[in-house]
Design a protein around this ligand. Structure first.
Ligand code: GRG
Length: 293
């Protein structure tokens, strides 16, 4: 059996190969946008969402092959959100995943279109699913809702409109659960749905993902204060610079760290209810709470 690092490495390679397969269009007339899409998604990122989707699919009796089209779709939607989030009209960030952000490398127009291209390509990839049609359709609905106004996009709006204003904890947590939590949530749920899991397991995966989604964002807030720009691959201090209220600003670093640890422990206790092939998901859950990028 592969150890954690080996299994993670294999996931990175296989997800990249599958993404590459979706992003090969030979028409030279619009290669500029394909190049920008490939630049932003290939060989970069932790692939947390894709890996969660595959792991939950397997935990419910499915296979990596069954999960892969939706795993790629989720990574494409995630990459589009990062491209658009970095644009000058949004966060105006020049560094992403350790290299110039898409707009810095290709210009604003191409970056905008590359984001749009990845968003639409995501649904093309999802539609190539080999899952039972009713399950694939339900998964597609999860994907669309969690990416759109009732999920990540809505969370981004709440976030942007809160800049420079006092934000209370209720609004902050709502924003986190939409902006960051929704895609993570859809990863776990879609994995279960594709495998034909019962409602109880789908709901358990939802509870698990709510907890790690919040822990993930709290760690992101912590890293924005204590992180190392080189390891993080994006600028630090951007929350303060854009006058954003964060979990760390509402409480303090110590409280935030403890909260992330508590959420992680609670999430792991939910995992005991799944028949997992190994400890990989437990270890991933633990590592997300102490990650440095
Ligand atoms: C533009 C519609 C639209 C939405 C943007 C997701 C998002 C909303 C903005 C990205 C900025 C940000 C800090 C989002 C919070 C979620 C988050 C921590 C994203 C980074 O995800 P990782 O750490 O990134 O999984 P990698 O590079 O590893 O894939």
């Amino acid at each position: 059996m592969l150890n954690y690092g080996e299994k993670y490495g294999r996931y990175l390679t296989e997800i990249d190969q599958a993404l590459d397969g979706y992003l090969n269009e030979a028409d030279t007339l619009y290669q500029s946008v394909i190049s920008a899409m490939r630049y932003s998604i290939l060989g970069a990122g932790k692939r947390v969402r894709a890996i969660l989707l595959i792991e939950f699919c397997k935990a419910c009796g499915g296979t990596q092959q069954l999960a892969m089209p939706f795993a790629c779709a989720l990574e494409m939607i995630h990459a589009y959100s990062l491209i658009h989030d970095d644009l000058p009209c949004m966060d105006n960030d020049e560094l992403r995943r350790g290299k110039p952000s898409c707009w810095k490398e290709f210009g604003e127009t191409t970056a905008l279109l590359a984001g749009d291209g990845l968003l639409t390509k995501a649904f093309e990839a999802a539609a190539s699913s080999t899952a039972q049609a009713n399950l694939a359709l339900r998964a597609m609905m999860e994907l669309a809702k969690n990416a759109g106004t009732s999920g990540m996009l809505g969370g981004q709006v709440i976030d942007l409109e809160g800049e420079g204003k006092p934000v209370d904890e209720v609004r902050l947590l709502k924003m986190y659960s939409m902006k960051t939590g929704a895609l993570i949530n859809s990863a776990a749920k879609i994995g279960c749905i594709l495998a034909g899991a019962d409602e109880e397991r789908i709901s358990l995966s939802h509870e698990f993902a709510e907890k790690i989604g919040l822990a993930f964002q709290i760690v992101d807030d912590i890293l924005d204060v204590t992180g190392n720009e080189k390891i993080l691959g994006k600028p630090i201090g951007s929350d303060v610079q854009s006058h954003k209220t964060t979990f760390v600003a509402l409480h303090d670093l110590e409280y935030a760290k403890n909260k992330a640890i508590k959420l992680t422990e609670d999430a792991k206790s939910i995992l005991t209810k799944f028949a997992l092939e190994d400890d990989f998901l437990y270890e991933l859950t633990d590592r997300l709470a102490v990650r440095e990028n």
